[in-house]
Design a protein around this ligand. Structure first.
Ligand code: MN
Ligand code: MN
Length: 465
């Protein structure tokens, strides 16, 4: 009797794999395969947006600037400086009733080159870096790194770099001290083990053949760059070059149940929401997909979510729908609903002490719904209203999607934030929701294929509602 009552009253979350039948398992592995393929070609925000645009074009989406007027069913997008993008399908109902927005970010922690990166020391040539986002610096030494980005010449010509991904390419690395001589380093606190200023990328060692000159290795590197790309050292001033792990996205585990890859925060949510949008047909409410940049450094700048670029996009929709009037933009935001789709900290049994087991996000239990983020007394949190949480629960349950309500870590242990608060500040109902990740922000992050599938299903259901 107690057992029956327990079944009725307890909120028990089972592992997703246990309930997935053969057909569902096939679907889970299929979507993860496509996700890994996409990741391997989209390691940076620029590469992600480029691929997203190609996908959108293939699926009948067009640049909003090409439209004179808009009507229900139209599929549009806007690309902001090659680093962020908004996509939308105009809904059957008036946009005045609000949009259904899913927002993720496509930037990930990495190492950026400094504006004057190239130098030579003792016969070795290096690129100096400045890390981007929250990294554990020691994780970025002695791994294969690849070079991605753009160099823009004064005449506007843009050179795209991608070195280290092709099997035939060379790779690069940052060296570390041998344990034999690391006695002093090993005594340091982990966070001080590697200095930010020492994250210098080893890029060459052959001197230019000329007895009389100095900095021969640097000259040889510049000569190579000049012959291949037509650039000089000064052109590196106007460049955005990012170093990312040269690892490929791979299936993880003997059962192949997980994905190991760089940049899954937050490309796992970005990809699944983009893929879900590509398969959408007609929607009741205008469906919007945001792929934002700069989340890892505070969402600031004109490609970050804090910028007015998104307002511009929505205003353009209102203009081209022929309904715009003073303050309508505010109204649309106030009546909108949003999933801030960003990854969650997955519960790691090896580091169990940082999580509250009854409120942690578990790998393989489906999408994690995070009512609030923030740290120390919910400071800085966008705390979703109970009414909105109930609405989201209803949508997920109706569509038989597995989900878990979670919190990022134990009270006072730490915390985090997403782009949720930015739209919440405009009056939109927002809740964080995403895939739990192990080793978040590390060069190789781990997710469950079940949760990737669950995220896809969640985003699809949200837009179809
Ligand atoms: Mn994130
Ligand atoms: Mn992050």
């Amino acid at each position: 009797m107690g057992e029956e009552l327990k079944k009725k009253l307890f909120n028990v979350k089972k592992d997703g794999w246990e309930e997935a039948d053969e057909a569902e398992r096939k679907e889970i592995f299929n979507i993860s395969e496509k996700y890994m393929e996409f990741l391997n070609q989209a390691k940076t925000e620029r590469e992600f947006i480029k691929k997203a645009r190609e996908l959108a074009d293939k699926n009948g989406y067009k640049d909003i600037m090409e439209f004179e007027t808009l009507k229900p069913g139209d599929k549009i997008y806007f690309v902001n400086r090659e680093k962020s993008m908004y996509l939308a399908i105009i809904g059957e109902e008036s946009i005045e009733n609000g949009m259904h927005i899913i927002g993720s970010h496509v930037d990930s922690p990495r190492l950026d080159l400094k504006p004057n990166p190239l130098y030579e020391d003792t016969g070795l040539a290096y690129f100096k870096t400045h890390y981007y986002g929250g990294i554990k610096k020691y994780q970025w030494t002695t791994i294969p790194l690849s070079i991605h980005g753009v160099i823009v010449k004064k005449n506007g010509e843009k050179i795209e770099l991608n070195i280290g991904e092709d099997e035939k390419d060379p790779i690069f690395t940052i060296t570390d001290l041998l344990p034999h001589l690391a006695q002093e380093q090993m005594e340091k606190k982990l966070k001080n083990g590697i200095n930010g200023e020492d994250l210098n990328l080893l890029i060459g060692s052959i001197p230019y053949k000329d007895e009389k000159i100095t900095e021969k290795v640097k000259l040889n590197i510049l000569d190579l760059l000049n012959k291949k790309y037509g650039i000089t050292e000064a052109d590196l001033n106007s460049a955005e070059i990012e170093l990312v792990p040269a690892f490929k996205a791979r299936s993880l585990g003997l059962d192949e149940s997980m994905v190991a890859a760089y940049g899954q925060d937050d490309k796992v949510c970005a990809y699944t929401s983009l893929a879900a949008m590509m398969n959408l047909k007609n929607v009741k409410n205008t469906a919007v997909c945001i792929l934002s940049d700069k989340e890892e450094i505070g969402s600031i700048g004109n490609t970050g979510m804090e910028s007015h670029m998104f307002d511009f996009f929505v205003s353009e929709m209102l203009n081209k729908l022929g309904i715009n009037r003073p303050n309508l933009l505010d109204k649309v935001f106030c009546f909108s609903k949003m999933l801030s789709s960003d990854v969650d900290a997955g519960f790691d049994p090896i580091y169990a002490s940082v999580s509250d087991k009854t409120n942690a996000g578990f790998i393989g239990k489906g999408i994690a719904i995070v009512k609030y983020t923030g740290a120390r007394g919910k400071s800085g949190a966008s705390d979703a209203n109970a009414e909105y949480v109930a609405w989201v629960r209803n949508v997920l349950d109706k569509n038989e999607i597995k989900y878990q309500l979670t919190e990022l870590g134990k009270v006072d242990v730490g915390g985090g934030g997403t782009i949720a608060y930015i739209l919440a500040n405009k009056g939109t109902d927002v809740i964080d929701c995403g895939v739990p990740v192990l080793s978040m922000h590390a060069p190789y992050e781990v997710t469950s294929k079940y949760d990737i599938y669950s995220a896809y299903k969640t985003y699809e259901a949200f837009w179809k509602e």
